[in-house]
Design a protein around this ligand. Structure first.
Ligand code: PLP
Length: 367
């Protein structure tokens, strides 16, 4: 059984309207991909400001489908951060390509554009920048490198619904953008994902490959998958999308209060937001000395926390496949040893927020 916390890390924003939307789909009897998926796609594309959105059943397959549609294949290299959820790199392996890790910047935990060019080889095909915790990557230099070496760029926007960079939304910055609707994200469909793009040809390939590579029933022109979203997910997605701005604004306000309170605690480093970004705080991540001790204290006190993320390159699978031993990505490894994500969700009550702040203050020995 899951442990009971006084303040949990994440909590999806769900109410009667969500329940009704799903109920209506159940009553209609049309459960597999249909008009609700189409409507959700149109609305999501409009929200992001792109021509196409293709809904799929989770964020991982969104990333995989992009690489497959871009013909990333055996021997190719895909540049990714190691400071991410494992799916970001796994999708390269699904295509028998090699994930090549690039280090991050310690202030935003996002890919360091200065480190990318030296990783480009004749085998490099794609870059997957991850908008960590709701803050967009500095995309302009990445797009320049991509253009110079003829690479594609897949934004991993799994954590960045509503985030912006220089006024443009995450998902509209690369060749494609991939979102996740897992319940800890800024909006949810239970499990779910979506791909956004302005590229007509790529959108068409992705649509075809999402459903067994068929351009019409039982006529298969490409190797495809069953990565379709259900009507139940899409109905939930439509309601959640309607409330996304409200919930993101709520998160931003909670983050403002956290940063105000926590920046006075010696040793706590609060999130740094680049002025050209709108950070949407899917995660509120601080850095602290003696992180493991601080974390244990908070957990003991009933505050759920997470280390997001233990580096991908140091996971047993990656050590085994590629021989990583530690020390290869110093900034990533430093971040991973000191970050701590604390409770953040729309609707986090003031008393609960105070509870987190007070216990973090105690854990830091400053009360
Ligand atoms: C950065 C990142 N990429 C990819 C994913 C994969 O998304 P999903 O869990 O929907 O497959 C997630 C979230 O879980 C994520 O945080």
């Amino acid at each position: 059984m899951d442990r009971e916390y006084t303040v949990q890390l994440a909590n999806p924003y769900l109410d009667e309207e969500d329940a009704r939307a799903v109920y209506e789909v159940v009553k209609s009897g049309r459960l597999s991909q249909g008009p609700k998926v189409e409507e959700f796609e149109k609305r999501f594309a409009d929200y992001v400001g792109v021509k196409h959105a293709i809904a799929v059943f989770n964020g991982t397959v969104a990333l995989h489908l992009c690489l497959a549609a871009m013909d990333v294949g055996p021997g190719d290299e895909v540049i990714v951060p190691s400071f991410s959820f494992v799916a970001t790199a796994n999708v390269a392996i699904y295509q028998n390509a090699k994930p090549v890790f690039c280090d991050i910047k310690l202030d935003t935990y996002n890919l360091d554009p200065n480190g990318i060019e030296s990783q480009v080889t004749s085998k490099t095909k794609t870059i997957i920048p991850v908008h960590y915790g709701g803050q967009t990557v500095d995309m302009a230099p990445i797009m320049e490198i991509a253009e110079k070496y003829d690479l594609t760029v897949v934004e991993d926007a799994a954590e960045a619904h509503g985030s912006t960079y220089r006024g443009e939304k995450a998902g509209a910055l690369g060749d494609t953008g991939c979102f996740s609707f897992y319940p800890n994200k800024n909006m949810t469909t239970g499990e779910g994902g979506i791909i956004t793009t302005d590229n007509d040809e790529l959108a068409e390939r992705i649509r075809i490959m999402r459903s067994h590579g068929q351009d019409r029933r039982y006529h298969h022109i490409l190797l495809g998958y069953n990565y379709r979203m259900t009507e139940l997910q899409a109905a939930l997605g439509i309601v959640q999308l309607n409330r996304l701005e409200e919930s993101v604004e709520g998160r931003i306000e909670i983050a403002r209060l956290y940063s105000e309170e926590l920046s006075s605690i010696k040793g706590v480093i609060t999130p740094f937001v680049r002025p050209e970004n709108r950070h949407t705080y899917m995660l509120y991540t601080v850095r602290v000395p003696n992180r493991d001790r601080v974390r244990a204290y908070l957990e003991e006190s009933g505050v759920e926390t997470r280390i997001a993320f233990p580096p991908i390159h140091l996971q047993p699978l990656y050590r085994e496949l590629y021989g990583y031993k530690g020390g290869e990505l110093p900034v990533t490894e430093e971040a991973a040893s000191s970050v701590l994500s604390i409770p953040m969700y729309y609707g986090l009550e003031e008393e609960k927020q105070d509870f987190v702040v007070n216990h973090l203050r105690k854990a830091m020995g400053s009360s």
